[in-house]
Design a protein around this ligand. Structure first.
Ligand code: NAP
Ligand code: GDD
Length: 342
């Protein structure tokens, strides 16, 4: 009998970690994830796939750990012996990274280095090959040097978060070239879904639309509405991560839709979808501005399409509408349960 492939995911409780877990389970993998101890439950996004590990059919396992804790990362790696490691863990909020730069860099940059070191030693000691995916970001292009941005576009990071991602990117290449590690960088442009964190602008807007239509909220306070992003659907993007690790050679890939839209356009579709005009509800709050902004992101995914056969399946308009619909349905369910509606 052939053994199941084992994967290890950092950031399994996040948006992408949850979709990637579902994807890998469907492919027949045994999936292991690192979760942080929290005083309240932080596994909402993966609760539906969790099975008691005592059950024979269980293929989904969680381990306590943290990217700031190298010893534990090593221990988990040795114990699980994964063939694939997906490094998705991060303090991933750009605005917050200006408030907490040291912690962000420790997690994003040093966390990646700790994991690479652990894999390097494990591979050397056992001779087992590990394939490594690094969750890189279009934020690394920052003050863009070329439009659209592709794998060869120079980086110009403009936040503690993106500076740390650039470090992790180059360290991943360094380990690939120095230690023959099968390590890939995905340079992913913004990707969203109903599971997107509530403080990122897309989800903040779609949640507000749902609450406004339910009479629970009157206004939404936002920062810069002129920034433009290349927004795709998270479920499509985790497929690209997996495809990168199935190739003969490790490489780096841009994952994007090659379309860009402003926050205003996002607002327009979201509010119009429920018959409202966004200008009646949106207020400005400078608290949401960043010390340095990334004005325009648009990615050229030609290489990814050609080499991985990857295509996005959801358009920008479909994405906005599916997020609004999902938030409205979730609120309707809460209403039926009688929660939060005093
Ligand atoms: P997310 O929803 O914010 O999830 C981040 C995950 O990292 C969560 O599971 C979080 O755990 C975990 N984490 C945070 N600090 C950690 C630490 N110190 N040790 C271990 N785990 C830690 O992010 P996402 O949208 O899924 O993105 C996944 C990855 O792709 C991130 O690295 C992000 O920077 C990168 N990325 C995202 C996008 C995007 O548009 N979504 C684009 C490009 C790159 P808790 O649940 O306990 O907080
Ligand atoms: N979060 C937030 N909140 N952003 C706002 C707001 C607000 O109230 N008002 C305006 N914005 C603008 C931000 O200034 C930014 O230009 C844009 O909306 C998008 O912000 P976010 O949704 O927070 O995402 P991001 O683009 O900064 O970062 C996301 O995408 C990166 C990939 O490019 C994150 O997921 C990063 O982790 C990821 O690497």
């Amino acid at each position: 009998m052939t053994q199941r492939k084992r994967s290890l995911i950092t950031g399994i409780t996040g948006q992408d970690g949850s979709y990637l877990s579902e994807f890998l389970l469907e492919k027949g993998y045994e999936v292991h994830g690192i979760i942080r101890r929290s005083s309240s439950f932080n596994t909402d996004r993966i609760d539906h796939i969790y099975i008691d590990p005592h059950e024979e059919k269980a293929r989904f396992f969680l381990h306590y750990g943290d990217l700031t804790d190298g010893t534990t990362l090593r221990r988990i790696l040795e114990e699980i012996e994964p063939q694939e490691v997906y490094n998705l863990g991060a303090q991933s909020h750009v605005r917050v990274s200006f408030d907490s730069p040291e912690y962000t860099v420790d997690t994003v940059a040093m966390g990646t280095l700790r994991l690479l070191e652990a894999i390097r030693d494990y591979q050397h000691r056992t001779g087992n090959q590990v394939r490594f995916y690094q969750a890189g970001s279009s934020e690394m292009f920052g003050k863009v040097q070329e439009v659209p941005q592709k794998e060869t576009t120079p980086f110009y990071p403009r936040s503690p978060y993106s500076c740390a991602k650039v470090y992790a990117h180059w360290q991943t290449i360094n380990y690939r070239e120095s230690y023959d590690l099968f390590a890939c960088n995905g340079i992913l442009f913004n990707h969203e879904s109903p599971r997107r964190g509530e403080t990122f602008v897309t989800r903040k807007i779609t949640r507000a639309v749902a609450r406004i239509t339910a009479g629970l909220q009157k206004k939404i306070y936002l920062g810069n509405l002129d920034a433009k992003r290349d927004w795709g659907y998270a479920k499509d993007y985790v497929r690209a991560m997996w495809l990168m690790l199935q190739q003969e050679q490790p490489d780096d890939y841009v994952v994007a839709t090659n379309e860009t839209h402003s926050i205003r356009e996002f607002l327009d579709i979201a509010f119009t979808h429920v018959g409202l005009t966004w200008q009646d509800y949106v207020e400005f709050d400078e608290r949401y501005l960043r010390p340095a902004e990334v004005d325009l992101l648009i990615g050229d995914p030609s290489k990814t399409k050609e080499k991985l056969g990857w295509e996005p399946s959801v358009t920008f308009e479909e994405l906005v509408k599916l997020m609004v619909d999902s938030d409205r349905e979730a609120l309707e369910k809460t209403k039926q349960l009688g929660n939060g509606f005093d």
